[in-house]
Design a protein around this ligand. Structure first.
Ligand SMILES: Cc1cc2nc3c(=O)[nH]c(=O)nc-3n(C[C@H](O)[C@H](O)[C@H](O)COP(=O)(O)OP(=O)(O)OC[C@H]3O[C@@H](n4cnc5c(N)ncnc54)[C@H](O)[C@@H]3O)c2cc1C
Length: 683
């Protein structure tokens, strides 16, 4: 199109009447010379006036017969390239203009950056910082007579923080996905917020496998929690919760001091437990020989060990057997984390190691994934599992399915494999680096807390109700979200009430029409069941086991049990944790907005059910990186593809970053990898 318009303009210019023009070849010289003169030579119009001046069609420049002053501006506007030159070499002129525009643009940008940078080196003088004396020597109390951190040393240092004093104390435990999304949605100054976490940064976990091999740098995945807490004018305490006294609403935390860790109480009005999970050991022996991948130090330790093995394997003093062993990598667990780690490792071995290490290493490298189910990525659609397995076959990554790990030794992994014919066989895989990534278990604090509560019988997480309140804890005081929580819908306790409401003719039978009304009511009361109840006729048929066209009370009870378990089986993902955090942020915000009305009416503790709706999960799809390609599972429809899918995968994760800073750093890392390869240095 563009080329055609230029040619068209040239043709018209040739047809135009004779005109004054510079001798051939003098275009550029004239341009430079004219830059210093005040009156450029007049030029006759070269194209009919109906053609508007445009940046690329320099012919249009001539038609305006500029006055000397105007001409200067016009030259500047047209990129300091003379019309004659532009006419003779339109493409070259365009390139020159583009080059000049880029140069001017970059200089302006650089100048702005420099001015901004200079303005950041300011010195602030602070004369007196008001501090509450109670913050400097806290009183002791509680069941263990520990110091009670009632006020913080930065409580009074800004107007906004001072405004939060005296507001209900909201304590958020953890600095991961769930906690951060509360901070992002909570109205500022609505609560006196304190965030407690052992590390002072948020970690973007989905890209940890990339950090293990240097595709991205660990610092690009973290955001200081203090920056995030500042949004709500809250406080950050570095420490870990170890116990809780619910009757006095005191949380026991272990904080670091110069003389080692010490314990203190933090009082709360509302407590949110977002402490995540730890790896499930499934009772397997020898896990101390494995790496885990949950945190930044985990990723750094794995990267260090991989580099060390590669260097040792490259030494002439290493025997072939030792080399083979050093280069054997085993991943226990074929879920997204295990698969992504294996894919990243294989990418690195194929792309960077082959380029800079002795090529003999390639033949000795093995990457093996051990999966207990019959497919890897078994929570994704079948199409994606198949794609991933075929892709790994091409990449020479071994996938051992239907296999369970019995023991991990310093040099091997012992497994039991169930063959297709049902026979069982034992095998021992040589392994130098083993990653353990086989599901989740409760954090020690969460376990400690559920032991104090009645009605808690889940083995992997704290049971919460549809409003994310911890079951058994005083209502409206303790909530749990993310990996630490599992929703338990006690629908059976409502059965009789619902039955009486919808069995309108009291004949102890629920017809399809009555069931349709009941289903609508259930969807409203328990939004998590809406997916299960998407096809209400199918559900009716499933439980009308005797085919009589109506349901009995027992059949509805069976249906409620199944519905409760299906509706609440949410995956342990960042997506769930974020949505739950967002939900609590909005819910607490709504409560805060009604505070004045409640106080005026002497209402201390409003039930969440009275002013907010239950939590509803929206599945936005899942992603997995499978080695220079990616898989998407959106609403049950799976798709997997090559580089384009990988760029889409990157875009999604890029947009999910919690700050522009990490977005910028991540982008630089990806560009750096493309230009220079992964960083193979070992620290
Ligand atoms: C390698 C890896 C890759 C993943 N990839 C994906 C993915 O691609 N997509 C996806 O959706 N999910 C992914 N996940 C899962 C996702 O990271 C988790 O589901 C999510 O982090 C759970 O969020 P959370 O807020 O519950 O806990 P976390 O994000 O784990 O945060 C827990 C926080 O609690 C803190 N904490 C722990 N103990 C205590 C204590 N006693 N007191 C105070 N604080 C404590 C921790 O330091 C941490 O800050 C991945 C996980 C890993 C490990």
């Amino acid at each position: 199109m563009f080329a055609r318009s230029i040619l068209g303009a040239r043709r018209l210019a040739l047809a135009a009447p004779p005109r004054l023009s510079a001798p051939p070849g003098l275009g550029l010289t004239l341009t430079l010379a004219r830059g210093f003169t005040t009156s450029p030579p007049r030029l006759t119009p070269r194209i009919p006036s109906r053609f508007p001046p445009s940046f690329f069609r320099s012919h249009a420049f001539a038609q305006s017969r500029p006055t000397p002053r105007r001409a200067k501006w016009t030259y500047a506007r047209y990129g300091l390239v003379s019309p004659t030159f532009a006419h003779k070499h339109p493409w070259l002129a365009s390139v020159l203009r583009l080059f000049l525009a880029v140069m001017v643009g970059s200089s302006v940008l650089l100048l702005i950056v420099l001015i901004h940078d200079a303005s950041t080196y300011s010195q602030k003088h602070i004369d007196r910082v008001p501090v509450n004396p109670l913050a400097l020597s806290p009183r002791r109390g509680g069941p263990k007579n520990l110091p009670i951190i009632e006020v913080n040393i930065d409580d009074k240092e800004s107007d906004e923080k001072a405004r939060c004093e005296g507001k209900p104390r909201l304590i958020i435990l953890g600095g991961g996905w769930g906690a951060v999304s509360i901070l992002k949605t909570l109205p500022p100054t609505a609560y006196n917020v304190t965030l407690i976490a052992p590390d002072n940064y948020f970690c973007f976990t989905p890209l940890l496998p990339s950090a293990c091999v240097g595709t991205v740098e660990p610092r690009s995945l973290v955001e200081p929690l203090r920056r995030l807490v500042a949004r709500v004018h809250g406080h950050f305490l570095q420490g870990a919760a170890v116990d809780i006294c619910m009757s006095e609403r005191l949380l026991e935390v272990e904080v670091p001091t110069e003389d080692g860790p010490m314990r203190a109480y933090v009082p709360y009005d509302k407590l949110v437990i977002a402490v995540g999970s730890r790896s499930n050991d499934h009772g397997v022996k020898g896990l101390e020989h494995c790496f885990q991948l949950k945190t930044i130090p985990d990723a750094q330790a794995i990267r260090r060990q991989i580099m060390m093995n590669l260097e040792t394997a490259s030494l002439p003093t290493t025997t072939p057997e030792q080399r083979k062993h050093l280069l054997s990598f085993v991943v226990c667990g074929g879920g997204p984390t295990g698969v992504e780690f294996a894919a990243e490792l294989s990418d690195m071995l194929n792309e960077d190691v082959l380029a800079y290490y002795p090529k003999i290493l390639k033949g000795d490298m093995t990457v093996t994934i051990i999966q207990s189910r019959d497919h890897i990525l078994n929570t994704y659609s079948e199409k994606i599992s198949d794609y991933a397995e075929k892709h790994f076959q091409r990449e020479e990554i071994d996938v051992v399915t239907n296999a369970r790990v019995n023991e991990v030794t310093p040099k091997s992994v012992r497994i039991t494999i169930k063959e297709k014919d049902g026979s069982i066989r034992e095998a021992e895989l040589p392994a130098s680096i083993v990653l353990w990534s086989t599901g989740i278990a409760m954090q020690p604090f969460t376990r400690q807390m559920v032991e104090l509560l009645p009605n808690q019988f889940h083995s992997k997480a704290v049971q919460v109700d549809a409003y994310l309140r911890v079951e058994g804890a005083p209502k409206g005081s303790i909530y749990a979200i993310g990996d630490a929580a599992t929703i338990h819908l006690n629908m059976l306790s409502d059965l009789l009430l619902i039955w009486e409401q919808f069995d309108e003719n009291r004949d102890d039978k629920l017809t399809y029409d009555e069931w349709a009304l009941m289903a609508e009511h259930i969807k409203k009361k328990y939004p998590l069941t809406s997916d299960y109840l998407a096809q209400i006729r199918d559900v009716f048929r499933e439980f009308d086991t005797d085919g009589r066209g109506h349901l009995s009370l027992n059949q509805v009870a069976d249906m409620f049990i199944k519905m409760s378990s299906k509706a609440t089986a949410l995956p342990a993902t960042a997506q769930v944790a974020s949505q739950q955090g967002e939900y609590l942020g909005h819910m607490f915000g709504r409560l805060a907005r009604q505070r004045k009305t409640l106080q005026a009416n002497d209402i201390d503790n409003l039930d969440d059910e009275a002013y907010y709706h239950p939590f509803k999960y929206r599945n936005l799809g899942t992603l997995a990186y499978i080695g220079n390609s990616a898989a998407f599972d959106i609403g049950g429809y799976g798709s997997a593809g090559g580089l384009l899918a990988m760029y889409a995968w990157r875009s999604v994760y890029w947009s999910m970053q919690v700050s522009m800073r990490t977005r910028f750093m991540l982008m630089l890392d990806w560009v750096k990898r493309g230009l220079f390869g992964r960083d193979l240095s070992k620290f």
